[in-house]
Write a new protein. Structure first.
Length: 75
């Protein structure tokens, strides 16, 4: 159960934090050639996926008693 969302502005950027959230979160990530081989010009799809997952995880307090995270990749 998540109690509330905190929003903090630092150096002109907004940062979102989920406060006191008890959760189990799982990410299933496609690591196949269709992701890695179809990068947009100047981009890197795999890195975009990793950055997204990291940005979500950073909003939670990760510990065995609060929020646990699992990641599975396939491809």
């Amino acid at each position: 159960m998540c109690l509330h969302l905190q929003i903090q502005k630092t150096n002109g950027q907004f940062f979102f934090y989920v406060a006191e959230c008890v959760a189990d979160i799982a990410f299933v990530i496609d690591n196949s050639g269709s992701i890695r081989d179809n990068d947009p010009p100047g981009g890197n799809n795999w890195q975009l996926i990793l950055d997204f997952v990291k940005s979500i995880i950073e909003m939670f307090t990760i510990s065995p008693d609060v929020t646990r995270v699992a990641v599975v990749d396939f491809g």
